[in-house]
Design a protein around this ligand. Structure first.
Ligand SMILES: [Zn+2]
Ligand SMILES: [Zn+2]
Length: 456
């Protein structure tokens, strides 16, 4: 059988792994690389690929692989790759991060896309909050649950849950006539549900996986030094609490609310610090949807520790422009005037696009908590953003604090996975430090190359 790495080889993210057996052709993940626009577009403020024209601009610069029989007909207008009927049996997605599913909206709807049940529900909720994002579901999504056995011609795919910074993340055990492959997706052991990653590791061992495709984001990362060693989600919660307690004014927290574990940590810390958590209707809509899938999440109803914040723009907007999902949340919302009066008792969650709220609130002291993934801010190419953030914080007298733990296992965690599965062959993906794997295990380590094929 053959494995071709159209993405995720020698890079963090953008995983697109094709498995071909005698009968089946199946993709595992179909993500967008973080660096896709780096070479031809990132330097321009007013230039981006013309999405309306489908693949044309992407193919010109080699930003998407030209694969026959995978893309939808309408994406290939006037492209040198001509449309062909679907030549693939399925796409299996590990989780709903863009670097794993970002390009799946472009594939032919005749190819089924397998996505975890909870992941699908959450993705639908996020798409409701941000309807301007391209929908990933072209009516071809099939949901699975952990432990299902999905037969695709001569292979059986068994999804097993793992812990990561978004709920509904899975690894796959893939049984073929020529042996068993285990693919980790993105994982960590140090979250609230690290035992789920243990479950995957044990299943891979139990099925005697001979080949392990393993992520290694933090195995040898330039950014590793920026994070406190061995920080767990529980440590993040206590860090958030300490920062809230010490804050001399407003506490302002910034991260992606797709990170539901972090939402829970922020809430728990706010309750302990006797502060009220304020956030947008979108935040609470996502939390309510996640609450139907995950036990132990806070609910907004009759909760004196959480309040909906109504932006000034929402007040002056006419009713039509207030999105349907937001309406029920705005009924008991508070505004910036309320925040001004209660500023020392408030923890405000805000995404980057909501920073303008600060202009209305006008804090002159407090703490800004940056609790975000390592892909942002500290990565190269974000200098301008870093400078602007610094200027906003100085303008409003806010102290910067970074409190974060990664969605990915550190080198010790990856080592644990390698030892636990003990596969004959290991293929590192989603990492810039693939060579480091050679010192971490006795297995044969094969380094994948971009667009390269490995026969196993
Ligand atoms: Zn990833
Ligand atoms: Zn991820």
């Amino acid at each position: 059988m053959k494995l071709t790495f159209y993405g995720g080889a020698g890079e963090i993210g953008g995983n697109k792994i094709l498995l071909e057996t005698q009968k089946a052709r199946v993709f595992f993940d179909f993500g967008t690389p973080f660096t896709r626009n780096e070479k031809y577009y990132d330097g321009f403020d007013f230039l981006s690929p013309r999405d309306k024209l489908g693949m044309r601009d992407y193919f010109e610069f080699g930003m998407l692989p030209k694969i026959k029989g995978v893309y939808a007909k309408e994406t290939l207008q006037d492209c040198d790759l001509k449309y062909e009927a679907p030549a693939f049996d399925a796409v299996f997605l590990t989780h709903i991060h863009q670097d794993h599913m970002g390009d799946v909206g472009d594939i032919d709807s005749g190819i089924p896309v397998y996505l975890g049940y909870g992941a699908k529900k959450l993705n639908d909720a996020y798409n409701t909050v941000n309807p301007y994002f391209k929908s990933e579901d072209n009516g071809n999504v099939i949901e699975f649950k952990t432990g299902d056995k999905i037969q695709i011609k001569d292979i059986t795919v068994i999804p097993v849950h793992v812990d990561h910074s978004t709920p509904g993340a899975y690894g796959f055990i893939i049984k073929t006539l020529e042996g068993v492959i285990a693919y980790t997706g993105d994982f960590r052991f140090h979250g609230f549900k690290g035992n789920m990653t243990e479950d995957f590791m044990k299943a891979a061992k139990q099925y005697e996986a001979q080949t392990l495709i393993c992520e290694g984001t933090r195995v040898q990362s330039k950014l590793e030094g920026l994070y406190k060693k061995n920080m767990t989600e529980a440590d993040v919660e206590s860090g958030l609490y300490e920062a809230m307690k010490a804050s001399k004014g407003i506490t302002y927290a910034n991260f992606s609310f797709r990170n539901i574990d972090r939402v829970r940590s922020l809430y728990n810390a706010a309750v302990k610090a006797k502060k009220v958590l304020l956030a947008s209707p979108g935040f609470f809509y996502a939390l309510d949807n996640a609450g139907q899938l995950i036990t132990g999440l806070p609910t907004l109803k009759n909760n004196k520790n959480m309040l909906v914040f109504k932006k000034d723009a929402d007040i002056s907007d006419d009713e039509k422009r207030i999105l349907n999902y937001a309406k029920p949340y705005l009924a008991n919302a508070v505004d910036y005037k309320w925040v001004k009066k209660n500023i020392g008792d408030v923890v405000m969650f805000a995404s980057e696009s909501e920073f303008s709220q600060l202009i209305d609130i006008k804090p002159n002291k407090g703490t800004f908590i940056y609790s975000m993934s390592e892909h942002y801010l500290d990565g190269e190419g974000f200098e301008a953003k870093k400078d602007c953030l610094q200027n906003w914080l100085e303008h409003f007298g806010l102290k910067f604090e970074q409190i974060h733990c990664s969605g990915h296992a550190d080198a010790t965690g990856v080592q644990k996975m390698l030892n636990g599965v003990n596969a004959k062959t290991v293929i590192p993906v989603h990492t810039e430090g693939a060579t480091a794997f050679k010192d971490m295990c006795k297995s044969k380590v094969i380094l994948p190359e971009k667009d390269g094929t490995i026969t196993i």
